[in-house]
Design a protein around this ligand. Sequence first.
Ligand SMILES: Nc1nc2c(c(=O)[nH]1)N[C@H]1C(S)=C(S)[C@@H](COP(=O)(O)O)O[C@H]1N2
Ligand SMILES: [Mo]
Length: 406
Amino acid sequence: MQRRKFVKKGALITLSTLLATEIVYGKNLPSGYTLLGLQDPDPFKLFNKDSQMVLLNDKPWNIEAQAHLLDDKITPNKYMFIRNNGIIPTNILVDDWTLTFDGESVAEKKTYTLKELKSKFKQYTYQLTLECGGNGRSEFDPPAKGNQWTVGAVSCAEWTGVRLRDVLNDIGIGDDAVYIGYHAADTHLSGDPNKEPISRGVPMSKAFQDETLLAFKMNGEDIPLAHGFPLRLIVGGWPASASGKWLKGISVRNKVHDGTKMTGTAYRVPCEPVAPGDKVADEDMCIIESMPVKSLITYPKSGAVVPEGKSLEIRGHAWAGELNVTKVEYSIDFGSTWKSCSLKNSVNRLAWQHFAASVRFPKKGYYEVWSRATDSMEVSQPMVLPGWNPKGYLNNACHRIAIKVS
Ligand SMILES: Nc1nc2c(c(=O)[nH]1)N[C@H]1C(S)=C(S)[C@@H](COP(=O)(O)O)O[C@H]1N2
Ligand SMILES: [Mo]
């Protein structure tokens, strides 16, 4: 007779993490058993998120913030959006975690343990803006399929790790290297172990930037499970889809990486503008690289009421992919006139910047406060939805909040 199989210790730790408490008789659990407590979970409790976060999908888990929840300069976990393409891994054994480098442009496959990565290479900490390429998708017309993100699929946390560059230099890569592509431990929604839910990458020039990290800490602690524990690639300023969670492998390719969600309409937009609803041929689609200039008013919450005669202090963040934000303005008259906000420099490249202004209203009534950022190439946010594209990426229209003066 076959011996009954019990759940492995590593899996038990992950299950306890998800339940946020010890499973007291956990060693008696048969492997493959689904805990009742996890069958219909409260997603906000499950991932330690604030209950004001918004659930967009539970298969896979996709959760976004609201603008006013993103008021912190450094986004805490409880307000950080979750974007998953597949199923979160549950059998994570940190002590055994490895990262393997392969691909056409490495002479020999090389594997590092997570411990080696931490001890062998210098560690760096940066605040890095991660925005989903589809943030703002809900406004597209004709609508674009996919998670209907409004404005909350963006974060700027503090990430600690080693530079991908240092590790690539340690391995020694070929002159023909063009692109890196990541491989991760999450499972495809079909359950097929041979399919990857997502496997994206960046050109070598981006892989070699100072701020491109193999990260193992977020805001000074272990990365939360939903955000890629125990190891994650972090590529600030580019679509957050390039920042592979639960990182197991990196392929150094001698051509543009062709993994899952690198081709077709995934994270690609028409190279030249098209009319809304147009069909675009594959060869006319270009991979999204640096994200466009954008701003978010995080205080006050939309709908705030201001007493007549009192000025309103507004504040928020602005970011511009690889570029700096040089100016943020606000308008209270639907974009007819603009006044400038005060604006701080970023603490490091690829971190969002903070703006503020004191707004005065001429009389009682309804207003909207709009914010508009401009980047170091003199490009400003559009007031209306920009460049329609099949999957609804890169909506960087001005952010707006409603205000009543009474
Ligand atoms: N392994 C893996 N990495 C991933 C994803 C994923 O589904 N699996 N989603 C990507 C996408 S599309 C985004 S927007 C970001 C979201 O990161 P977050 O959930 O930590 O906010 O992770 C990226 N990295
Ligand atoms: Mo994304």
